[in-house]
Design a protein around this ligand. Sequence first.
Ligand SMILES: [Zn+2]
Length: 264
Amino acid sequence: MIKSIFVSSKHLQGIENSGANHLVVNGSDLDNEGWEKLQGLDTRLIISVNAIEKGEEACILDPQIQKRLLDRLDKALQFQPEGILIDRLRFGGDCTDIRDEDISKAHQVCQFCQGKDRVDTLTEFGKQLSKYVNGRSKLGIFAVAFKDDEAPKLGQVLGVNYSKLGKVFDLFSPMLYHQMLQKPVTYISDYTKWISEKTGKPILPIIQIKNMPDDLEDNITEEEIAAAFNEAIKYPSEGICFFWWAHALEKNKTSIIGKLFCSH
Ligand SMILES: [Zn+2]
């Protein structure tokens, strides 16, 4: 079972006692020194790469954005990670908890995407990325957790069709931040099963350890984290990833992760 934590190589205090056997490493601030440190931990390592930055208003079809992503993939590949997970590979950067009623939060039509089918163009771009990586690393994406029947219009707006993307990418990490999604913890296993069937690929659910966004008071208890953990690891999940170590450090919750990982 994959026991993973999303980490920055700059904030690894206590990670060696976390019980993790796998880390998703933030590629934005990763350098050679950080990678060496991580390799010393004897865990499996994958690197996350942003297609679009948090809060950045950009179109995924903008040639400059696409070129920047290829450059970032190149940089990540130099470390020879087992896998790369791309974040915000869709039309609309910050929309973890987006639904049909708030599609105004998604990317609005611009000169690059005007008149284009978003699903077709995003799937096609995914194929180009996969071809570019060419088996040097597994390639996956972080997935916005919505089901087609819950938000019938959203897939077309974000350009995301999980059946089609399942044929392109090797791994999916659905962002199952249940409090942000306003869902019970059972949604975590329910959704993992759903996206597994849609994509036919390995699924690594990523869950929250504190309330998000940051301006909310943190009231997620140890019991709730344990309940979310137990939902996340249910079949057909590959395991679990916690988002993220910096939050665990900030809220003194590292021992909760340690206990859960060591007892499984
Ligand atoms: Zn656009």
